[in-house]
Ligand binder design. Sequence first.
Ligand SMILES: Nc1ncnc2c1ncn2[C@@H]1O[C@H](COP(=O)(O)OP(=O)(O)OP(=O)(O)O)[C@@H](O)[C@H]1O
Length: 254
Amino acid sequence: MQNDISINHLFFNYDGATVLEDINLQYNRTEFLAIIGPNGGGKSTLLKLIIGLLEPSLGEILLFGKKPLHVSHEIAYVPQDTIANKDFPIKVLDVVLMGRLSKSKFFAPYSKEDYTIAYEMLEKVGMKGFENQKINTLSGGQRQRVFIARALACDAKIIFLDEPTASIDTAGQMSMFQLLKTLNENVGIVIISHDINVALHYASKVAHVNKILYLHDLCDTQATETLKKTNSHFCPIELIHSRQCHHTHKELLC
Ligand SMILES: Nc1ncnc2c1ncn2[C@@H]1O[C@H](COP(=O)(O)OP(=O)(O)OP(=O)(O)O)[C@@H](O)[C@H]1O
């Protein structure tokens, strides 16, 4: 069976500085994947590569068996909670309707179906009743829910979220992760998170992305265990948890 995301021997560098080295990862949309790791470890870079904003320096990334840019209409990206212009007077419903733009004819008015879907998605993310509220009057967590509704409205097969709980309090974080877990029954969820505990609790798969290491010749169990104990990382991406396995275990992907 073809994986929805297939990353094979991926290398990436910015101006000659290697950021990701020999990354391998297979993902299916039934999974809730959390990408974790230290600051500067390469998480955002990896996400940008997967969604086609960056090109691999070496190796390949396939989304639904194709180059990411060729299937960009089948995925959605929810950035961190940042509003470029907080005074921009756009209503919640209009934000969600934007998710329907690719489905509508250019400059054509939204259809009845577009409105029905937008209302439905707002209900799904727990934001029913906020349709006419200005986006800049919502809390960070509420805004993220609206952006998730927009992602759902465009019929994405996988939603990628960059730190969806960055500006949300602890209770809000739990409820956001629970929402994502529920949505994962119908759509793939890939998030970047800094909170390993929450990620481990809600995600079905956790990949740890770290800075580059040059230890490929140490591919034996003893060396791996030693590196784990010293809190170093043996390879740049490590699948450290998969709920689909019968036993929680650590499995290296390199
Ligand atoms: N546009 C860029 N040009 C050059 N170097 C970059 C660029 N973007 C990121 N980097 C570098 O690439 C490395 C990985 O950055 P990246 O943003 O992917 O890390 P991250 O794991 O997402 O970090 P954080 O948790 O702090 O957001 C860092 O060393 C960073 O300085």
